[in-house]
Design a protein. Sequence first.
Length: 232
Amino acid sequence: MSEINLGSDFLNYIIRQGYKPGDRLPSIQELTSDAHLDMSANKVREQLEVARTMGWVEVRSKRGTRITEYAFTPAVRLSALYALACGERFESFASLRNHVEAAYWNEACALLTEADLDEMQTCLDSAYRKLDSRPIHIPNPEHRLFHLTVFKHLENKFVLGILEAYWELYEEVGVNRYEDYSYLRKVWDYHSRILRLIRTGDFNGARQAFLEHTSLLRYEPDNGSWEMERGR
């Protein structure tokens, strides 16, 4: 049993009782009884809502409230969105994501299976089909899946939380609506190169290609747009 005080009687109760993902929690009426928590029903509801927002519990009709598998993503996403709403720049979070991916790149690549590489190839094929269509379609889902697949086997929920939150913010701030064809084509050519290098076991080369590809896009705060880096 953890001795960490979470600053919430409700969360401390969950930890003390040893609840696991999938376990059903008592009802609010049961929780407020002397046998469980010495708290008012309103206070329990408030703290339950915090846990739900953070993704630590799931509340569904007929199924009640259940513990979920821990993920760092909801907390990172909410905090980062609040920061952006307060005026922080998305590129600061993008820089964090780039450094995290670069730091864990070789470790993650070594864990990839042939099935993972085939999934990345499927992303490539689908992306090129969309880019070659008329009118073109922007391969946003493929872009996210391609990158996250590289890190899917890392047993580090904090790393995965940052990377997953990045792609959710990427959509929120509208980077995924950037539609310059030459930029999109160059990005996916880099992806093709990255996958080819990973398949040959050249993880350092793939990492370098990843770093080069992250420099393609920058945010221009003066006009609120995303532009391709020139001459890089």
